[in-house]
Design a protein around this ligand. Structure first.
Ligand code: ZN
Length: 103
């Protein structure tokens, strides 16, 4: 009889600890989830800023190339000195190239 009570008591303790463990694990999951959401928000906002900056940089490079009378490689978009036969970046022939800024 004494043994039986002890066993029940032990099982109750284990159940209680397991419930506590489940709560802690759920709490941990919620924190991981929160980090995921915050990172996603941050990535979204940074992505917009990065896209704007990249657009601006491309525009500025184009402007500088036009002022320097450079030509854009149709294959790799690198800028080359006007009159170049081959692209200094990819080595492709710069025949039938469009002049930068001429649209
Ligand atoms: Zn090229």
């Amino acid at each position: 009889m004494m043994n039986m009570i002890n066993k029940n008591n032990m099982e109750n303790k284990t159940t209680h600890l397991e419930e506590e463990l489940a709560l802690l694990e759920a709490d941990l999951q919620a924190h991981y989830c929160q980090i995921g959401k915050e990172i996603l928000d941050m990535v979204e906002s940074e992505k917009g800023k990065i896209n704007d900056l990249v657009d601006e940089i491309i525009k500025l490079k184009k402007k500088i190339a036009v002022l320097n009378n450079e030509i854009e490689c149709p294959w790799c978009m690198a800028y080359n000195l006007s009159g170049s036969q081959y692209c200094k970046h990819c080595g492709e022939k710069l025949n039938a190239i469009e002049r930068v800024g001429e649209e």
